[in-house]
Design a protein around this ligand. Structure first.
Ligand code: EPZ
Length: 426
């Protein structure tokens, strides 16, 4: 298994290109199941999770072809044609690799009247049930049983429009039900829907495919179902968590970097906290610029929340910054119950962090020291990369495959800006 070795202490200077959002690309790829015509997606990032979704769709019979590629600003373009579906079963072996596989449930059920999708298990960041996905599909008339580890869903007469109020905001459930409702008979209203930019990206693509949806960007989405959808071409929104992660990298290392292709409106909650901590951030014609020179970062408090709140997917990275900030920081995680696995690893690098339930009190230390570390999820792993970039001495990150699920050419992008970082191939 590959590892990443880095030596800390270098400021970052230069520019970093931002790719398309993984968490937008995955539901968009699943949306191809809604039409017998081709869906073409551009600005697709080159990531392990994208390959896993492509593999799952191929297993359903979707014809998947990719072109474009390395280094072009548009990234890779992917063509998905679900004209000849051969299976509505999403097997355990694929779903257990990536929870987002459950996003095929709504589209398969809506178009074919049946789907059998392995129930994703718990994962490193929490139990992550899918009860809200199931509740919504049942409200639309589906018969659903969970048997032998599989969600077995049927709607032989098709799905019917319904009013669905989510008791809690869920990105995945909003996406699954949006896609299902686009092919349902009648009007569906989703209340307390997630408002993440990836949801709006999916709505825009569904509209391009012929769906009728009102309320884009709001917590109240109204979908007027259509008997069929057509093919479309859609460009994936920039990855706000990749943007936030590189903003955090410059914040912790110091220096000045432009993130090309980035949009400040996607990441305002994080940018506000970084400015409060002592960074200068602005929108440029090509993207976002960030600088931190001289003074030490200041400790700031924050709470994760659904968009437009501070994203849970940036909590670990921000904690690394707070570990070396001047003063204390109170960090509260409200989305996932177990998303502090990076804490013991940061502690091994010299961080002073105490966890009480869903809050972590971080008392900034003057410096971290390099160490061999590993993490069990994507964002926790990248938080250790950030800590290593600021630490004295050498840090080796194990289990790099977590990083490869969500960050394209991470070590190349950082080393081009002066970081001392390399991948060790095994
Ligand atoms: C999406 O996961 C993202 N994944 C996650 O990104 C992100 O952390 C999360 O949203 C929150 O922003 C993708 O988009 C592919 P949720 P999702 O349903 O959809 C509970 C990353 O690092 N819940 O919004 O699975 C759930 O347990 C990742 O890129 C239920 O209780 O998240 C959690 O506590 C990891 N029942 C909360 O809701 C349900 O049926 C929010 O989960 C569904 C969710």
């Amino acid at each position: 298994m590959d590892r990443i070795r880095l030596r800390g202490g270098k400021p970052l200077e230069g520019s970093i290109g931002i790719g398309g959002a993984k968490n937008a690309a995955l539901p968009l790829m699943a949306a191809s199941l809604l039409s017998e015509e081709t869906l073409t997606l551009s600005n697709v990032p080159h990531l392990a999770d994208i390959a896993t979704m492509a593999h799952l769709l191929q297993q359903h019979g979707v014809d998947v072809s990719m072109d474009g590629g390395n280094g072009t600003p548009e990234g890779r373009t992917i063509h998905l044609n679900a004209g000849k579906i051969t299976s509505t079963l999403a097997p355990y072996d694929l779903v257990r690799k990536m929870r987002a596989s459950v996003l095929v449930l709504g589209p398969l059920l809506a178009r074919f009247g049946e789907a059998e999708v392995s129930l994703p298990g718990g994962c490193a960041i929490g139990t992550r049930p899918v009860d809200l996905h199931i509740m919504g599909l049942k409200a639309m008339g589906a018969e659903i049983n969970v048997e032998n580890g599989y969600i077995k869903a049927r709607a032989k007469q098709g799905l019917k429009g319904a009013v669905i109020r989510f008791p809690q905001v869920s990105v995945g459930a909003t996406e699954n039900l949006l896609m299902a409702a686009a092919l349902a008979d009648g009007t569906t209203v989703l209340e307390n829907a997630a408002r993440e930019p990836e949801i709006s990206d999916l709505v825009q693509c569904l509209v391009a495919m012929g769906a009728m949806i009102d309320g884009i960007g709001s917590e109240h989405l109204t979908i007027h179902g259509k008997p069929s959808l057509r093919g479309a071409t859609h460009k994936i929104v920039p990855d706000r968590i990749e943007i936030g992660t590189y903003l955090a990298a410059v914040a912790i290392c110091g220096g000045k970097v432009e993130l090309t292709g980035a949009r400040l409106d996607l990441i305002e909650a994080v940018a506000e906290k970084l400015v409060e901590a002592g960074c200068e951030i602005g929108q440029t014609t090509r993207g976002i610029s960030i600088a931190r020179n001289g003074s030490r970062l200041k400790g700031v408090d924050f709470l994760t929340a659904p968009y437009p709140g501070f994203p849970t997917d940036m909590q670990a990275q921000m904690m690394s910054l707070m570990a070396v900030a001047d003063g204390a920081s109170m960090i509260t995680e409200t989305i996932f119950e177990n998303r502090f696995m990076h804490v013991p690893e940061l502690a091994r690098m010299g961080a002073n962090i105490v966890v009480h339930g869903s809050s972590a009190l971080v008392r900034g230390v003057p410096k971290l020291t390099g160490a061999p570390v590993m993490a069990t999820d994507l964002r926790a792993s990248v938080s250790l990369v950030l800590a290593g970039l600021a630490a004295e001495g050498e840090t080796v990150i194990n289990r790099v495959y977590h990083l490869d699920r969500g960050y394209e050419r991470l070590e190349d992008k950082l080393s081009a800006c002066g970081a001392d970082i390399e991948r060790l191939k095994d």
